[in-house]
Design a protein around this ligand. Structure first.
Ligand SMILES: NC(=O)C1=CN([C@@H]2O[C@H](COP(=O)(O)OP(=O)(O)OC[C@H]3O[C@@H](n4cnc5c(N)ncnc54)[C@H](O)[C@@H]3O)[C@@H](O)[C@H]2O)C=CC1
Ligand SMILES: O=C(O)C(=O)COP(=O)(O)O
Length: 491
Protein backbone atom coordinates (compact mmCIF):
# COMPACT_ATOMS: atom_id res chain seq x y z
CA UNK A 1 0.00 0.00 0.00
CA UNK A 2 0.90 3.68 -0.21
CA UNK A 3 2.46 4.03 3.25
CA UNK A 4 4.75 1.02 2.64
CA UNK A 5 5.98 2.52 -0.63
CA UNK A 6 6.76 5.86 1.05
CA UNK A 7 8.55 4.13 3.93
CA UNK A 8 10.61 1.91 1.62
CA UNK A 9 11.90 5.07 -0.09
CA UNK A 10 12.66 7.10 3.00
CA UNK A 11 13.24 4.76 5.92
CA UNK A 12 16.98 4.45 5.40
CA UNK A 13 17.38 8.10 6.52
CA UNK A 14 15.87 7.41 9.93
CA UNK A 15 17.09 5.91 13.21
CA UNK A 16 13.60 5.56 14.68
CA UNK A 17 10.04 5.07 13.49
CA UNK A 18 6.76 5.70 15.32
CA UNK A 19 3.51 4.32 13.89
CA UNK A 20 -0.22 3.85 14.60
CA UNK A 21 -2.09 0.71 13.60
CA UNK A 22 -2.77 1.48 9.95
CA UNK A 23 0.93 1.54 9.01
CA UNK A 24 2.19 -1.95 8.26
CA UNK A 25 5.84 -2.26 9.22
CA UNK A 26 6.72 -5.34 7.21
CA UNK A 27 9.99 -7.31 7.16
CA UNK A 28 10.72 -5.55 3.84
CA UNK A 29 10.38 -2.10 5.46
CA UNK A 30 12.55 -3.20 8.39
CA UNK A 31 15.33 -4.50 6.17
CA UNK A 32 15.24 -1.28 4.11
CA UNK A 33 15.77 0.67 7.35
CA UNK A 34 19.51 0.12 7.52
CA UNK A 35 19.89 2.79 10.24
CA UNK A 36 16.74 1.84 12.12
CA UNK A 37 17.34 1.19 15.82
CA UNK A 38 13.91 1.54 17.35
CA UNK A 39 10.28 1.20 16.31
CA UNK A 40 7.67 2.73 18.57
CA UNK A 41 3.97 1.93 18.42
CA UNK A 42 1.88 4.85 19.69
CA UNK A 43 -0.81 2.45 20.88
CA UNK A 44 -1.36 -1.05 22.26
CA UNK A 45 -1.76 -3.60 19.45
CA UNK A 46 1.57 -4.64 17.92
CA UNK A 47 0.14 -6.87 15.20
CA UNK A 48 0.97 -4.34 12.45
CA UNK A 49 4.72 -4.64 13.04
CA UNK A 50 6.75 -7.72 12.11
CA UNK A 51 8.35 -7.94 15.57
CA UNK A 52 10.37 -11.04 14.66
CA UNK A 53 11.92 -9.54 11.53
CA UNK A 54 15.05 -8.06 13.11
CA UNK A 55 16.53 -8.83 16.50
CA UNK A 56 18.72 -5.75 16.20
CA UNK A 57 15.83 -3.33 16.47
CA UNK A 58 14.18 -2.50 19.76
CA UNK A 59 10.44 -2.50 19.35
CA UNK A 60 8.23 -0.89 21.97
CA UNK A 61 4.60 0.08 22.47
CA UNK A 62 3.34 2.68 24.90
CA UNK A 63 3.27 1.20 28.33
CA UNK A 64 0.78 3.23 30.32
CA UNK A 65 -2.85 3.98 29.58
CA UNK A 66 -2.61 6.28 26.55
CA UNK A 67 -5.73 5.13 24.72
CA UNK A 68 -7.38 2.91 27.36
CA UNK A 69 -10.15 5.32 28.36
CA UNK A 70 -10.96 6.22 24.75
CA UNK A 71 -11.27 2.55 23.71
CA UNK A 72 -13.32 1.79 26.84
CA UNK A 73 -15.67 4.72 26.20
CA UNK A 74 -16.24 3.62 22.58
CA UNK A 75 -17.00 0.08 23.80
CA UNK A 76 -19.58 1.47 26.24
CA UNK A 77 -21.05 3.65 23.47
CA UNK A 78 -21.43 0.56 21.24
CA UNK A 79 -23.07 -1.41 24.09
CA UNK A 80 -25.57 1.43 24.61
CA UNK A 81 -26.15 1.84 20.90
CA UNK A 82 -26.83 -1.89 20.58
CA UNK A 83 -29.38 -1.82 23.39
CA UNK A 84 -31.31 1.14 21.94
CA UNK A 85 -30.58 0.88 18.17
CA UNK A 86 -29.37 4.48 18.17
CA UNK A 87 -27.41 4.43 14.87
CA UNK A 88 -30.28 2.72 13.00
CA UNK A 89 -32.77 5.23 14.48
CA UNK A 90 -30.57 8.15 13.42
CA UNK A 91 -30.43 6.88 9.82
CA UNK A 92 -34.18 6.40 9.76
CA UNK A 93 -34.78 9.95 11.06
CA UNK A 94 -32.46 11.36 8.39
CA UNK A 95 -34.57 9.40 5.89
CA UNK A 96 -37.55 11.48 7.01
CA UNK A 97 -39.19 8.64 9.00
CA UNK A 98 -40.68 8.55 12.51
CA UNK A 99 -40.49 4.83 13.34
CA UNK A 100 -41.09 4.27 17.06
CA UNK A 101 -42.15 0.59 16.92
CA UNK A 102 -39.21 -0.64 14.91
CA UNK A 103 -36.64 0.58 17.41
CA UNK A 104 -38.03 -0.87 20.61
CA UNK A 105 -34.96 -1.49 22.80
CA UNK A 106 -34.08 -3.16 26.10
CA UNK A 107 -32.55 -1.75 29.29
CA UNK A 108 -28.98 -2.51 30.20
CA UNK A 109 -30.00 -2.41 33.84
CA UNK A 110 -29.93 -5.88 35.41
CA UNK A 111 -28.37 -7.52 32.34
CA UNK A 112 -25.21 -9.63 32.40
CA UNK A 113 -22.09 -8.40 30.61
CA UNK A 114 -19.35 -10.95 29.90
CA UNK A 115 -15.89 -9.38 29.55
CA UNK A 116 -13.23 -11.56 27.94
CA UNK A 117 -9.82 -10.01 28.64
CA UNK A 118 -9.58 -8.16 31.95
CA UNK A 119 -6.60 -5.92 31.25
CA UNK A 120 -6.60 -2.14 31.08
CA UNK A 121 -9.62 -1.67 28.78
CA UNK A 122 -11.63 -4.60 30.16
CA UNK A 123 -11.40 -3.10 33.66
CA UNK A 124 -12.52 0.39 32.55
CA UNK A 125 -15.46 -1.05 30.60
CA UNK A 126 -16.52 -3.07 33.65
CA UNK A 127 -16.59 -0.18 36.10
CA UNK A 128 -18.45 2.07 33.64
CA UNK A 129 -21.12 -0.53 32.77
CA UNK A 130 -21.62 -1.34 36.47
CA UNK A 131 -22.91 2.23 36.87
CA UNK A 132 -25.73 1.23 34.48
CA UNK A 133 -26.63 -1.59 36.85
CA UNK A 134 -25.12 -4.37 34.73
CA UNK A 135 -23.72 -7.49 36.37
CA UNK A 136 -20.15 -7.97 35.14
CA UNK A 137 -18.54 -11.39 34.83
CA UNK A 138 -15.33 -12.22 33.00
CA UNK A 139 -12.38 -14.40 32.08
CA UNK A 140 -8.66 -13.71 31.89
CA UNK A 141 -5.89 -16.31 32.21
CA UNK A 142 -3.48 -13.82 33.80
CA UNK A 143 -5.42 -11.26 35.86
CA UNK A 144 -5.97 -12.91 39.27
CA UNK A 145 -9.66 -13.42 40.22
CA UNK A 146 -9.20 -11.50 43.50
CA UNK A 147 -7.88 -8.50 41.55
CA UNK A 148 -10.83 -8.40 39.13
CA UNK A 149 -13.20 -9.03 42.05
CA UNK A 150 -11.88 -5.82 43.64
CA UNK A 151 -13.37 -3.91 40.69
CA UNK A 152 -16.57 -5.93 40.59
CA UNK A 153 -15.87 -8.65 38.01
CA UNK A 154 -16.45 -12.25 39.00
CA UNK A 155 -14.18 -14.58 37.02
CA UNK A 156 -15.15 -18.00 35.67
CA UNK A 157 -14.25 -20.35 32.85
CA UNK A 158 -15.46 -19.49 29.34
CA UNK A 159 -17.69 -22.60 29.44
CA UNK A 160 -19.49 -21.13 32.45
CA UNK A 161 -19.48 -17.61 31.08
CA UNK A 162 -21.05 -18.07 27.60
CA UNK A 163 -24.55 -19.20 28.70
CA UNK A 164 -24.95 -16.42 31.29
CA UNK A 165 -24.31 -13.35 29.14
CA UNK A 166 -26.78 -10.93 27.56
CA UNK A 167 -23.83 -8.99 26.17
CA UNK A 168 -20.23 -10.08 25.50
CA UNK A 169 -17.29 -7.77 24.87
CA UNK A 170 -13.74 -8.91 24.03
CA UNK A 171 -10.58 -7.04 25.13
CA UNK A 172 -7.66 -9.37 24.45
CA UNK A 173 -4.72 -9.07 22.05
CA UNK A 174 -5.06 -11.05 18.80
CA UNK A 175 -2.93 -14.17 19.07
CA UNK A 176 -3.37 -17.86 18.30
CA UNK A 177 -5.17 -18.51 21.61
CA UNK A 178 -7.66 -15.67 21.05
CA UNK A 179 -8.26 -16.03 17.31
CA UNK A 180 -11.86 -17.18 16.84
CA UNK A 181 -12.52 -17.13 20.59
CA UNK A 182 -16.16 -16.61 19.68
CA UNK A 183 -16.88 -19.16 16.95
CA UNK A 184 -19.76 -21.43 15.87
CA UNK A 185 -19.26 -23.66 18.92
CA UNK A 186 -19.10 -20.86 21.50
CA UNK A 187 -22.01 -18.95 19.88
CA UNK A 188 -24.07 -22.14 20.22
CA UNK A 189 -23.40 -22.10 23.99
CA UNK A 190 -24.60 -18.50 24.35
CA UNK A 191 -28.11 -17.26 25.19
CA UNK A 192 -30.22 -16.82 22.06
CA UNK A 193 -30.03 -13.17 20.95
CA UNK A 194 -26.75 -12.42 22.76
CA UNK A 195 -25.19 -9.10 21.63
CA UNK A 196 -21.47 -8.84 21.09
CA UNK A 197 -18.90 -6.05 20.83
CA UNK A 198 -15.39 -6.17 19.40
CA UNK A 199 -13.28 -3.06 19.99
CA UNK A 200 -10.07 -5.10 20.30
CA UNK A 201 -8.92 -6.84 17.11
CA UNK A 202 -10.70 -8.26 14.07
CA UNK A 203 -10.77 -12.05 14.20
CA UNK A 204 -11.19 -12.51 17.98
CA UNK A 205 -14.84 -12.95 17.06
CA UNK A 206 -14.77 -15.18 13.99
CA UNK A 207 -16.36 -13.03 11.25
CA UNK A 208 -17.98 -15.87 9.27
CA UNK A 209 -19.39 -17.43 12.47
CA UNK A 210 -20.73 -14.04 13.56
CA UNK A 211 -22.53 -13.58 10.25
CA UNK A 212 -24.09 -17.03 10.56
CA UNK A 213 -25.16 -16.31 14.17
CA UNK A 214 -26.69 -12.95 13.14
CA UNK A 215 -28.60 -14.59 10.32
CA UNK A 216 -29.95 -17.37 12.53
CA UNK A 217 -30.85 -14.90 15.31
CA UNK A 218 -28.50 -16.67 17.76
CA UNK A 219 -26.69 -13.32 17.87
CA UNK A 220 -29.06 -10.35 18.31
CA UNK A 221 -26.61 -7.63 17.29
CA UNK A 222 -22.94 -6.77 16.99
CA UNK A 223 -20.92 -3.60 17.56
CA UNK A 224 -17.67 -3.75 15.60
CA UNK A 225 -14.80 -1.27 15.61
CA UNK A 226 -12.23 -3.64 14.13
CA UNK A 227 -12.07 -6.11 11.25
CA UNK A 228 -9.77 -8.87 10.02
CA UNK A 229 -9.17 -6.79 6.91
CA UNK A 230 -9.22 -3.01 7.36
CA UNK A 231 -11.03 -1.51 5.57
CA UNK A 232 -13.12 -4.66 5.02
CA UNK A 233 -13.60 -5.51 1.33
CA UNK A 234 -16.34 -7.98 2.17
CA UNK A 235 -19.18 -5.71 3.42
CA UNK A 236 -21.59 -8.49 4.48
CA UNK A 237 -21.14 -7.80 8.21
CA UNK A 238 -21.07 -4.00 7.91
CA UNK A 239 -24.28 -4.05 5.85
CA UNK A 240 -26.15 -6.42 8.16
CA UNK A 241 -29.09 -4.51 9.75
CA UNK A 242 -28.16 -5.66 13.27
CA UNK A 243 -24.54 -4.62 12.97
CA UNK A 244 -23.30 -1.19 13.95
CA UNK A 245 -19.71 -0.45 13.07
CA UNK A 246 -16.94 2.12 13.12
CA UNK A 247 -13.71 2.44 11.10
CA UNK A 248 -11.30 1.50 13.98
CA UNK A 249 -12.06 4.61 16.03
CA UNK A 250 -11.29 3.24 19.52
CA UNK A 251 -8.19 5.36 20.03
CA UNK A 252 -9.26 8.22 17.78
CA UNK A 253 -9.73 10.98 20.31
CA UNK A 254 -7.62 14.10 20.70
CA UNK A 255 -6.76 13.09 24.25
CA UNK A 256 -5.66 9.53 23.41
CA UNK A 257 -3.51 10.63 20.50
CA UNK A 258 -1.82 13.35 22.53
CA UNK A 259 -1.14 10.88 25.37
CA UNK A 260 0.09 8.03 23.15
CA UNK A 261 2.34 10.34 21.12
CA UNK A 262 3.85 11.87 24.24
CA UNK A 263 4.29 8.53 26.04
CA UNK A 264 6.07 6.80 23.17
CA UNK A 265 8.29 9.85 22.52
CA UNK A 266 9.33 9.97 26.20
CA UNK A 267 9.98 6.22 26.25
CA UNK A 268 12.24 6.51 23.20
CA UNK A 269 14.15 9.45 24.69
CA UNK A 270 14.57 7.56 28.00
CA UNK A 271 15.92 4.56 26.14
CA UNK A 272 18.25 6.59 23.94
CA UNK A 273 19.66 8.44 26.96
CA UNK A 274 20.06 5.18 28.88
CA UNK A 275 17.62 6.31 31.59
CA UNK A 276 15.08 3.52 31.30
CA UNK A 277 13.84 0.85 28.96
CA UNK A 278 10.08 0.79 29.25
CA UNK A 279 7.55 -0.92 27.01
CA UNK A 280 9.98 -3.00 24.92
CA UNK A 281 8.07 -5.83 23.28
CA UNK A 282 11.09 -7.83 22.10
CA UNK A 283 13.39 -7.29 25.09
CA UNK A 284 11.45 -8.34 28.17
CA UNK A 285 14.55 -9.42 30.12
CA UNK A 286 16.07 -6.02 29.60
CA UNK A 287 12.94 -4.19 30.68
CA UNK A 288 13.20 -5.75 34.13
CA UNK A 289 16.93 -5.09 34.26
CA UNK A 290 16.61 -1.34 33.75
CA UNK A 291 15.91 -0.54 37.39
CA UNK A 292 17.96 2.34 38.84
CA UNK A 293 20.12 -0.21 40.72
CA UNK A 294 20.91 -2.41 37.75
CA UNK A 295 21.55 0.64 35.57
CA UNK A 296 24.95 1.21 37.23
CA UNK A 297 25.83 -2.48 36.75
CA UNK A 298 24.96 -2.18 33.06
CA UNK A 299 27.26 0.84 32.81
CA UNK A 300 29.94 -1.19 34.62
CA UNK A 301 29.63 -4.10 32.16
CA UNK A 302 29.84 -1.76 29.15
CA UNK A 303 32.80 0.16 30.58
CA UNK A 304 34.71 -3.02 31.46
CA UNK A 305 34.10 -4.25 27.92
CA UNK A 306 35.52 -0.99 26.54
CA UNK A 307 38.56 -1.15 28.82
CA UNK A 308 39.40 -4.71 27.77
CA UNK A 309 38.79 -3.88 24.12
CA UNK A 310 41.29 -1.01 24.40
CA UNK A 311 43.67 -3.24 26.33
CA UNK A 312 43.82 -5.94 23.71
CA UNK A 313 44.72 -3.33 21.07
CA UNK A 314 44.23 -6.04 18.49
CA UNK A 315 42.29 -6.04 15.25
CA UNK A 316 41.67 -9.75 15.75
CA UNK A 317 38.14 -10.54 16.89
CA UNK A 318 37.55 -11.97 20.36
CA UNK A 319 36.96 -15.68 20.29
CA UNK A 320 35.65 -16.10 23.82
CA UNK A 321 34.00 -13.92 26.42
CA UNK A 322 33.38 -15.15 29.94
CA UNK A 323 31.31 -13.15 32.41
CA UNK A 324 31.02 -14.13 36.07
CA UNK A 325 28.79 -12.33 38.52
CA UNK A 326 29.78 -12.55 42.16
CA UNK A 327 27.47 -12.05 45.14
CA UNK A 328 23.97 -13.23 45.99
CA UNK A 329 22.28 -10.00 44.88
CA UNK A 330 23.70 -10.34 41.33
CA UNK A 331 22.34 -13.84 40.83
CA UNK A 332 19.75 -12.69 38.30
CA UNK A 333 22.01 -10.07 36.71
CA UNK A 334 24.45 -12.30 34.85
CA UNK A 335 22.32 -12.08 31.67
CA UNK A 336 22.33 -8.32 31.33
CA UNK A 337 25.93 -8.02 32.60
CA UNK A 338 27.10 -10.24 29.76
CA UNK A 339 25.03 -8.29 27.21
CA UNK A 340 26.45 -5.04 28.55
CA UNK A 341 30.04 -6.34 28.46
CA UNK A 342 29.58 -7.48 24.84
CA UNK A 343 28.20 -4.03 23.93
CA UNK A 344 31.41 -2.50 25.33
CA UNK A 345 33.61 -5.03 23.53
CA UNK A 346 31.90 -4.53 20.17
CA UNK A 347 31.50 -0.75 20.33
CA UNK A 348 33.45 0.93 17.55
CA UNK A 349 33.72 -2.41 15.79
CA UNK A 350 32.43 -3.11 12.29
CA UNK A 351 29.02 -4.38 13.50
CA UNK A 352 25.79 -2.40 13.24
CA UNK A 353 25.23 -0.44 16.51
CA UNK A 354 25.54 -3.01 19.33
CA UNK A 355 22.96 -2.52 22.07
CA UNK A 356 21.62 -4.54 24.97
CA UNK A 357 19.00 -6.23 22.80
CA UNK A 358 21.20 -7.32 19.95
CA UNK A 359 24.56 -7.83 21.75
CA UNK A 360 24.35 -11.60 22.24
CA UNK A 361 22.94 -12.45 18.77
CA UNK A 362 25.56 -10.11 17.29
CA UNK A 363 28.34 -11.90 19.23
CA UNK A 364 27.06 -15.28 18.02
CA UNK A 365 26.95 -14.01 14.44
CA UNK A 366 30.55 -12.80 14.76
CA UNK A 367 31.70 -16.19 16.07
CA UNK A 368 32.26 -15.07 19.67
CA UNK A 369 31.30 -17.58 22.36
CA UNK A 370 29.80 -15.92 25.42
CA UNK A 371 29.76 -17.92 28.65
CA UNK A 372 28.24 -16.82 31.92
CA UNK A 373 28.68 -17.96 35.50
CA UNK A 374 27.58 -16.98 38.95
CA UNK A 375 29.25 -17.45 42.33
CA UNK A 376 27.64 -16.62 45.65
CA UNK A 377 30.62 -14.70 47.06
CA UNK A 378 30.33 -12.28 49.94
CA UNK A 379 31.24 -9.25 47.83
CA UNK A 380 29.38 -8.09 44.73
CA UNK A 381 31.51 -7.89 41.61
CA UNK A 382 31.67 -8.68 37.90
CA UNK A 383 34.57 -10.54 36.34
CA UNK A 384 35.08 -10.20 32.59
CA UNK A 385 37.57 -12.40 30.76
CA UNK A 386 38.18 -12.33 27.02
CA UNK A 387 40.42 -14.32 24.74
CA UNK A 388 42.06 -12.93 21.62
CA UNK A 389 44.58 -14.93 19.64
CA UNK A 390 44.96 -17.42 22.51
CA UNK A 391 45.89 -14.59 24.92
CA UNK A 392 43.44 -13.81 27.66
CA UNK A 393 42.63 -10.52 29.37
CA UNK A 394 40.72 -10.03 32.57
CA UNK A 395 38.99 -7.18 34.38
CA UNK A 396 37.22 -7.15 37.74
CA UNK A 397 34.79 -4.38 38.60
CA UNK A 398 32.05 -3.46 41.00
CA UNK A 399 29.58 -0.71 41.86
CA UNK A 400 30.63 1.29 44.90
CA UNK A 401 28.54 4.14 46.32
CA UNK A 402 26.44 4.04 43.15
CA UNK A 403 29.47 4.41 40.83
CA UNK A 404 30.93 1.68 38.55
CA UNK A 405 34.57 1.09 39.47
CA UNK A 406 37.41 -1.05 38.15
CA UNK A 407 39.20 -3.06 40.84
CA UNK A 408 41.62 -5.18 38.89
CA UNK A 409 43.14 -5.37 35.41
CA UNK A 410 44.99 -8.43 34.12
CA UNK A 411 45.80 -9.63 37.61
CA UNK A 412 46.97 -6.24 38.94
CA UNK A 413 44.83 -4.84 41.73
CA UNK A 414 44.35 -1.07 41.80
CA UNK A 415 45.28 0.50 45.12
CA UNK A 416 42.21 2.72 44.85
CA UNK A 417 39.14 1.56 42.86
CA UNK A 418 39.08 3.39 39.51
CA UNK A 419 35.74 5.19 38.87
CA UNK A 420 34.74 4.28 35.30
CA UNK A 421 33.42 7.71 34.33
CA UNK A 422 34.59 10.41 31.95
CA UNK A 423 37.75 10.09 29.82
CA UNK A 424 40.17 7.51 31.12
CA UNK A 425 43.71 6.87 30.03
CA UNK A 426 45.08 3.42 30.87
CA UNK A 427 48.69 2.47 30.37
CA UNK A 428 51.13 0.01 31.78
CA UNK A 429 54.72 0.82 32.49
CA UNK A 430 57.57 -0.06 34.78
CA UNK A 431 57.27 1.50 38.20
CA UNK A 432 59.23 4.75 38.45
CA UNK A 433 58.94 7.83 40.63
CA UNK A 434 59.39 10.18 37.66
CA UNK A 435 56.65 8.54 35.66
CA UNK A 436 53.71 10.55 37.02
CA UNK A 437 55.60 13.82 36.62
CA UNK A 438 56.66 13.18 33.05
CA UNK A 439 53.22 11.96 31.88
CA UNK A 440 51.35 14.82 33.54
CA UNK A 441 53.97 17.18 32.12
CA UNK A 442 53.36 16.17 28.51
CA UNK A 443 49.61 16.12 29.04
CA UNK A 444 49.61 19.61 30.60
CA UNK A 445 51.74 20.92 27.74
CA UNK A 446 49.09 19.56 25.34
CA UNK A 447 46.33 21.29 27.33
CA UNK A 448 44.95 18.14 29.00
CA UNK A 449 44.24 18.43 32.69
CA UNK A 450 44.77 15.45 35.03
CA UNK A 451 41.67 14.86 37.17
CA UNK A 452 42.38 11.59 38.93
CA UNK A 453 45.13 9.03 39.17
CA UNK A 454 45.33 5.41 40.28
CA UNK A 455 48.08 2.84 40.12
CA UNK A 456 47.91 -0.88 40.61
CA UNK A 457 50.12 -3.06 42.70
CA UNK A 458 52.53 -4.89 40.44
CA UNK A 459 50.45 -8.07 40.74
CA UNK A 460 51.30 -10.50 37.99
CA UNK A 461 54.26 -8.47 36.81
CA UNK A 462 52.24 -5.81 34.96
CA UNK A 463 51.85 -2.44 36.58
CA UNK A 464 48.82 -0.50 35.37
CA UNK A 465 48.07 3.19 35.68
CA UNK A 466 44.80 4.94 35.06
CA UNK A 467 44.39 8.69 34.70
CA UNK A 468 41.11 10.55 34.56
CA UNK A 469 41.68 13.35 32.05
CA UNK A 470 39.74 16.48 31.08
CA UNK A 471 39.64 15.87 27.33
CA UNK A 472 40.75 13.57 24.55
CA UNK A 473 42.92 16.07 22.67
CA UNK A 474 40.74 15.49 19.61
CA UNK A 475 43.09 12.85 18.28
CA UNK A 476 43.43 9.82 20.47
CA UNK A 477 46.42 8.55 18.48
CA UNK A 478 48.40 11.73 19.28
CA UNK A 479 47.55 11.38 22.96
CA UNK A 480 48.68 7.77 22.98
CA UNK A 481 52.05 8.49 21.42
CA UNK A 482 52.67 11.40 23.81
CA UNK A 483 52.04 9.16 26.79
CA UNK A 484 54.04 6.30 25.31
CA UNK A 485 56.98 8.62 24.91
CA UNK A 486 56.68 10.07 28.40
CA UNK A 487 56.29 6.74 30.12
CA UNK A 488 58.66 4.81 27.84
CA UNK A 489 56.00 2.21 27.45
CA UNK A 490 56.47 -1.09 25.81
CA UNK A 491 52.71 -1.44 25.07
N1 LIG B 1 -10.12 -0.27 18.76
C1 LIG B 1 -9.05 0.42 19.09
O1 LIG B 1 -8.77 1.45 18.54
C2 LIG B 1 -8.18 -0.08 20.18
C3 LIG B 1 -7.96 -1.42 20.35
N2 LIG B 1 -7.15 -1.86 21.34
C4 LIG B 1 -7.00 -3.32 21.49
O2 LIG B 1 -7.72 -3.72 22.67
C5 LIG B 1 -7.14 -4.90 23.19
C6 LIG B 1 -6.96 -4.78 24.69
O3 LIG B 1 -6.10 -3.69 25.01
P1 LIG B 1 -5.60 -3.43 26.50
O4 LIG B 1 -6.70 -3.64 27.46
O5 LIG B 1 -4.89 -2.12 26.49
O6 LIG B 1 -4.55 -4.62 26.65
P2 LIG B 1 -4.01 -5.28 28.00
O7 LIG B 1 -2.74 -5.93 27.62
O8 LIG B 1 -4.01 -4.30 29.12
O9 LIG B 1 -5.09 -6.41 28.32
C7 LIG B 1 -5.26 -7.56 27.56
C8 LIG B 1 -5.74 -8.66 28.49
O10 LIG B 1 -6.09 -9.80 27.70
C9 LIG B 1 -5.78 -10.92 28.49
N3 LIG B 1 -5.75 -12.15 27.70
C10 LIG B 1 -4.72 -12.67 27.00
N4 LIG B 1 -5.10 -13.83 26.44
C11 LIG B 1 -6.38 -14.07 26.80
C12 LIG B 1 -7.31 -15.11 26.55
N5 LIG B 1 -6.98 -16.16 25.80
N6 LIG B 1 -8.53 -15.00 27.07
C13 LIG B 1 -8.87 -13.94 27.83
N7 LIG B 1 -8.02 -12.92 28.13
C14 LIG B 1 -6.80 -12.98 27.61
C15 LIG B 1 -4.46 -10.57 29.12
O11 LIG B 1 -4.18 -11.38 30.23
C16 LIG B 1 -4.66 -9.12 29.48
O12 LIG B 1 -5.14 -8.98 30.81
C17 LIG B 1 -5.85 -5.10 22.41
O13 LIG B 1 -6.11 -6.04 21.38
C18 LIG B 1 -5.60 -3.77 21.77
O14 LIG B 1 -4.85 -3.87 20.60
C19 LIG B 1 -6.54 -1.01 22.21
C20 LIG B 1 -6.73 0.34 22.10
C21 LIG B 1 -7.54 0.92 21.05
O1 LIG C 1 -3.80 0.76 20.35
C1 LIG C 1 -4.40 -0.07 19.64
O2 LIG C 1 -4.28 -1.29 19.76
C2 LIG C 1 -5.31 0.41 18.58
O3 LIG C 1 -5.94 -0.39 17.95
C3 LIG C 1 -5.36 1.83 18.26
O4 LIG C 1 -4.95 1.94 16.96
P1 LIG C 1 -4.62 3.38 16.32
O5 LIG C 1 -3.41 3.89 17.00
O6 LIG C 1 -5.83 4.22 16.58
O7 LIG C 1 -4.41 3.12 14.87
Amino acid sequence: NKSIKIMLKQITNYDGLVVRSATKVTAEVISAGSNLKIIGRAGTGVDNVDVEADVFIIFMNYSFNGNTISAAELTCALLMSLSRHIPQAVISMKDGKWDRKKFMGAELYGKVLGIVGLGRIGKEVATRMQSFGMKTIGYDPITPPEVSASWGVEQMSLEELWPQCDYITVHTPLMPSTTGLLNDTSFAKCKKGVKVVNCARGGIIDEAALLRALESGQCGGAGLDVFVEEPPKDRALVNHPNVISCPHLGASTKEAQARCGKEIALQIVDMATGKALVGAVNAQVLVSSFSPDSHQWILLGESMGRVLKACTASKEPFSQVHVTSLGESLKKSTGFLSSAAVVGLLTEGPQKGPNLVNALPLAAETGITVQTDHKDNECEACVLEVSVNSRSYKAVGSVQAGVPVLLELNGSVFRQPVPLTGHLLFFKAANSTELLLSVTGVLAAAGVELQSYSASTAGSGEQWYCMGISSLLGDIGALKSLVKEAAQLTV
